[in-house]
Design a protein around this ligand. Sequence first.
Ligand SMILES: [Zn+2]
Length: 454
Amino acid sequence: MPSFQPDLLFSGGRVLSGVALNVRDGVVDSVGSPSGGPVPLRGRAVLPGLVSAHSHAFQRAIRGRTEHRAHPLEAAGSPGGRAEPAGRSIGDDFWTWREAMYAAAERLSPEDLFAVSKFCFLEMARAGVTAVGEFHYLHRDREGRPYADPNELDLAVARAASEVGLRIVLLRVAYARGGLKRFVEGSVDEYLRNLDALSKHVPVGAAPHSVRACPAEWIRDISNEAARRGWVLHLHVSEQPKEVEQCRAEHGTTPPLLLERLGALTDRTTCVHGVHLDRDDIAAIGRARATVCACPTTERNLGDGVVRADKLLTAGARLCVGSDSEVQLDPLEDARQLEYGLRLVELQRAVLDPEHAGVGGLGAKLYGIASEGGMRSLGLPGGALRPGEPADFIVVDLDDPSIAGVRAEDLMANVTFCLERTAILDTYVGGERLALDFAGALPTFREAMRRLWS
Ligand SMILES: [Zn+2]
């Protein structure tokens, strides 16, 4: 039984000095006096692994290809100009980004998907991620035909995570309308049959894509089955104003209130994004003790808006973070951006610290959102390195220039607001150090990118 002995250990939400993390069979056995083979970690801190609770690994392939204006910004109604329902004129935005994403999704072979996903998961692990919720909606071939095994692409992504050593929950997506032929399956029965088959190979969650892509009956039936099976339920919710307006037009209400009406808003539900929420939406999500998965590095990249983490927490909602479009793979950047977005809106500092939790308090709170919050959203135990939890953790160099000089009381503020990736020395899942073989993965990743974009 290894006994990890860092200078500082963040366990159970507290920073402890000179305490050992004793691990048995991949699980935290105890926190306290060393009781196994010593693994000395002088000058190091050990912190819980981070979680990307919402990922689309294949989108790693379009990184850097959409950071330019491709559409004219014209007045609503003028030739070539596209107008939102509200009449605002728009140029490049979420919807034009989606065209680029669809172009990549159209072309990916199973081999490309595996190569790109594996590289993406390696990059996640290097950033301290130990568990990922993969919201996967590529199911069929380019012509829209099921593969011989309808889960071929889902299993390719699961295998990529497993080769890297990450925990994965496959949030297999139900897509009924709109989108590409590759996303869409014929019925709820077909979707649930495939999800059930997949659940025999990898932990799963149910994921009706959104109220835009699934009719109400799909969401209701899938949510009921998820409750019966003990699966978590993830959906994109209110990422864009247009999505809310379409929902109002079709259902006479907003996405969160529709979910509540369908019995699909519970403490096992994760609403991904939750950017465009009104007071009633926030109250409903809070009442249900549901989770909102903010993806701030993507939301700022796509021009989605700012998640009102302050109002959501006050209402009783829970939070986690996701890397979503994979534009940056750094859950700590997502965690700090949750707070920074609110600072820019409110012209205040420490908006998410109404508790006056002291020097390291806000950092610890945001870190907990990115670790324990993510595990809860995925239906997994752990995220805080308490005894009995999985031994998923990162080893941080306390002398890295980005955090050098740190003390126990300001450790979590330094880690959450200032730490650079160079400070993360190792990532452990289930007590095992991940090898992170970038050199081995790079040739097939490069080849997949060449095929995709040549
Ligand atoms: Zn997403």
